[in-house]
Design a protein around this ligand. Sequence first.
Ligand code: PRP
Ligand code: URA
Length: 206
Amino acid sequence: MALHLVDHPLLHDIMARLRDRSTTSDDYRALTYRVSTFLVAEATRDLPTREEVVETPLERAGVRRLATRVVAVPVLRAGIGMLQAFVDLVPGTEVGYFGLERNEETAQARCYYEKVPKDLGQAVVFLLDPMLATGGSAAMAIAGLQARGARDVRLVAIVAAPEGVELLAQRAPGTEIFSAALDRGLNGRKYILPGLGDFGDRLYGT
Ligand code: PRP
Ligand code: URA
């Protein structure tokens, strides 16, 4: 399992605004879009391309086009905030959904909805979930993707906690994680510190 921490001055500025408790939900949504653009660009950096030729207005030109099936799977609710950036960047994306919710007392994830394409063996699958806290939600979603044949699974997370990274190293060792920050750890309620707070609540103003 590999953790890729994306490093860019513009990304740090976005993270500063996301972390700031006074940021409004409207701004939070726009910032989520922007940070996701950076992370998706990095997570897709090694996708295969095939050579083709097109006619420019002046002459023929050798070009390269994306040559793999790409599936994006946001985890409801919070992962929805990352989806638009993904489909805007990656042409031909198929989209599936997992609805997962942590129990407020136990922090155990429960699956309440799933609609994910089958036969994922030839696809590169991007799991979109902004918070990797205990890792229970991501581990559950990755197991669901693997049950559908997925072999290349990449988690795109805005903030990761060491506990979640460790859990995925044990339960889903082939997963690549792309994140903007590796934070200090979890508090007693399993929230990431310093973190972003409750991502879904801040995104949707609930
Ligand atoms: C958040 C987040 C992840 C999960 C991470 O979802 O979006 O899915 O917690 O925590 P974990 O790593 O400890 O499993 P939440 O359960 O708050 O649901 P929501 O997105 O509907 O608000
Ligand atoms: N889910 C969140 O929204 N935030 C955390 O810090 C942990 C889980």
